[in-house]
Design a protein around this ligand. Structure first.
Ligand SMILES: *Cc1c(COP(=O)(O)O)cnc(C)c1O
Length: 367
């Protein structure tokens, strides 16, 4: 048997007919930039997240970057970020000149550890950027309480967790302003680059529309040095039928995760993902941890099982951040997670037989 790390087959099958119709309608509409489909998608995505507004942009990184601009973050401002994340979350803060203040994750969830946030706050701290890594909601109750106590902005990086919840509330609706990505492999994926900002603040939603369009609030009048980062009309048209399927796809991921949890339980050297109290995960990634990660990955590959590592090198050890001078050992939990993480196949449509096969190979490896 072969089990790929990722397959789009189910998503395509579920949306093919509607997508083809949407492409035809898009072509015939002759409305190719910021047209009715962008507005329709923004309204539906805001409703899905439970926010007043959603503003489509060209990517998840741009969504976070624009959000940082809207909050007015700049040189000398400190932004608390998880030490364990995809590097885009850091880059968004770096673009506006903010100082990165990494906070370590909980080993069990891989998400930022709320108990460690307060110690990182200084008089210069302006915002906390949280990342719902692998599809699991961060512990938002504690995080929002800390933000309120110190009068800090919260930004959620919801790129991996569309549809996840904390205490019944959807991620991407907790922070003052939030960003998400519709990169094709995300839980809600476009067929190219796309992203969105969500917020309850009407002024900021207008600001986001200005920032994504050259800083223009009125045609040919520009208030700020903005970006060209519009959500593509065609991507919006194709995201609509996909958004309608998102809950069903997330449920399939959750079912697959439950199969893995059951079949991989009790292996001494293997840790399965743990979900925090009141949180849910939509399992963008099913991450296991083992000190024998590299050997396990090679073994699985020989047996036709695809896997990936998210992520092999934490941001503080990347060349891009060499200037900040962090050495190995600076953030030991992020480093240990990076050294032991392996992402198993998970996608809408993965079958119980496929999960059985993957789990069986893992059991054989540890035997
Ligand atoms: C994918 C991702 C991003 C960036 O999204 P793009 O659309 O690729 O720019 C940001 N943060 C996290 C956590 C991501 O997984």
């Amino acid at each position: 048997m072969n089990v790929p790390y990722l397959s789009f087959d189910q998503e395509l099958a579920d949306t093919r007919a509607d997508s083809l119709k949407a492409v035809e309608a898009f072509l015939d509409s002759k409305y190719y930039i910021l047209g009715p489909k962008v507005r329709e998608f923004e309204a539906q995505f805001a409703a899905y997240c439970g926010t007043q507004h959603a503003v489509g942009v060209a990517s998840g990184l741009d969504a976070l970057h624009i959000a940082m601009n809207i909050l007015g973050l700049s040189d000398g401002d400190e932004v608390i970020v998880p030490s364990n994340t995809y590097i885009a979350s850091w880059m968004a803060a770096s673009y506006v000149g903010a100082t990165i203040v990494p906070v370590e994750p909980r080993m069990e969830t891989s998400n930022i550890d709320p108990e460690k946030i307060e110690a990182a706050i200084t008089p210069h701290t302006k915002a906390i950027l949280v990342v719902h890594l692998y599809g699991q909601s961060c512990e938002m109750e504690r995080i929002m309480a800390i933000a309120q106590k110190y009068n800090l902005f919260v930004l959620e990086d919801n790129a991996q967790a569309q549809g996840a919840r904390y205490d019944g509330k959807t991620t991407g609706s907790f922070g003052h302003i939030n960003g998400t990505s519709f990169y094709p492999s995300k839980n809600l994926g476009a067929v190219g680059d796309a992203g969105a900002i969500t917020t309850d603040n009407a002024t900021w939603a207008d600001d986001a529309k200005m920032w994504r369009n050259y800083g223009s609030h009125k045609r040919y009048y520009n208030r700020v040095i903005g970006l060209n980062s519009r959500l593509d009309e065609l991507q919006a048209a194709l995201l609509l039928p996909r958004l309608a399927k998102l809950d069903s796809w997330n449920a399939q991921r959750q079912k697959a995760a439950a199969w893995y949890n059951e079949r991989l339980a009790g292996i001494p050297d293997l840790r399965c993902p743990l979900v925090a109290d009141k949180a849910t995960s939509v399992y963008h990634i099913y991450a296991v941890h083992t000190p024998q990660r590299d050997a396990l990955q090679a073994f699985l590959s020989e047996r036709g099982v695809g896997s990936l590592i998210h992520y092999p090198l934490p941001p503080h050890l990347q060349d891009a951040y060499a200037d900040l001078g962090w050495e190995k050992g600076a953030f030991p939990i992020a480093e240990e997670l990076a050294a032991t993480e392996l992402s198993l196949p998970i996608f809408p449509g993965i079958s119980e037989a496929q999960v059985d096969y993957v789990a069986e190979q893992i059991r054989q490896f540890f035997h």
